[in-house]
Write a protein of this length. Structure first.
Ligand code: EPS
Length: 399
């Protein structure tokens, strides 16, 4: 992210640590390492994760930007050490210790960045590529997302997620449901973060079967934001449209191949008369909608309804029963390299999706309401909400 809120992450999957620097948060936001670790722990869970998650216990150390429990308006930097690093010290050494003694990874996995990365960086060792391409990097994003979430909490926004589909098993009709915050209750207590117990059991069976077959699975996760006021984002430039920025943020999660807002692709089948959310008015709640097919976004702006996004993930490319590839050193047919890997990461990806949505929404709040401190931002937001109070009453959607 390089806008009002600027996020930079660094770190290799098996290197010493991951780090994140988030610049642009106003001063005065309450934040603790415990808040960040809560999201890091949620990201590590989910049935279908590999053995690496038994090694890691992700903890973010706040190095700067927070004093006495509150942001001070300075860049916030975070450090997450990789517990697995001592097992990879030789392989991942900064000095050329392993060079010539450890074999290069020359059998790129179809679906991973191995081949394109080797071509791009002109190397025959995919280790140089896969370490940064690894989804381990999303731990740093999740930590930064927790900082953004802390700002959103102060302005009454809640960002949640759940799993809709794993492989061929899905929650029926979930795409068309009118969502409330209650629709997400129980996700965190379920092994695959699914809110339907019967479907969850089938999903677990599906993952077990894929694991037995040496295979992997993808699926669909859903992220929603409640309590977002209308008018965030902009249609003045293509790059400022909030839906586009949310699509970009979610599609940047490794393995995500498709993102939709609201009823998304389903809307393409309908006529205009049944595709849009008609506008009604009552004295008590101002303008309101009976449906939310648009997923809270119209013309690149929030419209005051809950924001609802679905993201589809392809199955993990690292397979116990590897696919055909080419040994790029020998230019001979081969089987793709085998790495320890997860079978299914859709439950974890929902948590990463929340972090990405938090970052985009926090930035949109800062853009709209400005200010160097949380107090200033809240004052500006309060006066805006007062101006539009005749038509719109805050926090609808959370009830
Ligand atoms: C990943 C491969 C696995 C996953 C990793 C992403 O790592 P390893 O090769 O060490 O077993 O566990 O995800 C994480 C480490 C994580 O924290 O999510 C990959 O190739 O993308």
């Amino acid at each position: 992210m390089e806008g009002t809120l600027h996020l930079l992450t660094a770190g290799e999957s098996h290197g010493k640590a991951l780090c994140a620097i988030l610049d642009g948060l106003p001063a005065g936001i309450p934040i603790s390492e415990r808040d960040i670790d809560r999201d890091l722990a949620r990201r590590q869970l989910g049935f279908g994760r590999g053995a690496r998650m038994d090694i890691e216990r992700d903890h973010a150390e706040i190095l700067s930007g927070v004093r006495w429990g509150k942001t001070i308006g300075a860049p916030t930097s975070l450090l997450i050490r990789n517990k697995d690093y001592p097992n990879w010290e030789h392989m991942m050494a900064v000095e050329p210790r392993g060079e010539g003694t450890l074999p290069p990874e020359t059998k790129p996995r179809p679906g991973h960045g191995d081949l394109a990365g080797c071509l791009k960086y002109q190397t025959l060792d995919a280790r140089d590529v896969l370490e940064r391409a690894s989804a381990r990097e999303t731990a740093a994003r999740t930590a930064a997302g927790a900082l953004a979430r802390a700002l959103l909490k102060e302005v009454g926004v809640e960002v949640v997620s759940r799993v809709l589909q794993i492989g061929g098993v899905s929650i029926a009709g979930s795409q068309k449901e009118r969502l409330s915050i209650e629709s997400f209750v129980g996700a965190d207590d379920d092994p695959v973060r699914c809110t339907d117990g019967e479907v969850s059991a089938l999903m677990i069976e599906e993952i077990k079967k894929a694991d037995e077959d040496g295979d992997s699975l993808g699926g669909v996760f859903q992220v929603a934001a409640f309590g977002v006021p209308p008018g965030l984002g902009s249609f003045s430039e293509f790059s400022k449209r909030l839906d586009a920025r949310l699509f970009c943020a979610l599609s940047s999660i490794p393995s995500v191949k498709g993102v939709e807002v609201g009823e998304g692709f389903g809307l393409a089948y309908l006529r205009g008369s049944s595709a849009h959310d008609e506008i009604f008015y009552s004295k008590e709640i101002g303008v309101f909608r009976k449906t939310n097919r648009a997923g809270g976004l119209e013309a690149g702006l929030t419209n005051g309804e809950p924001i609802v996004l679905n993201a589809a993930m392809k199955p993990i490319p690292t397979l116990k029963k590897p696919l055909a590839t080419v040994d790029i050193e020998r230019c001979e047919p081969a089987l793709a390299m085998k790495e320890r890997a997860d079978v299914c990461v859709v439950p974890a990806a929902g948590v990463i999706g929340e972090a990405m949505v938090c970052l985009v929404l926090a930035e949109a709040f800062i853009e709209k309401f400005g200010g160097d401190s949380l107090g200033e931002l809240e004052k500006n937001m309060g006066s805006y909400l007062k101006e539009i109070a005749r038509l719109w009453v805050p926090k609808r959607g959370l009830d």
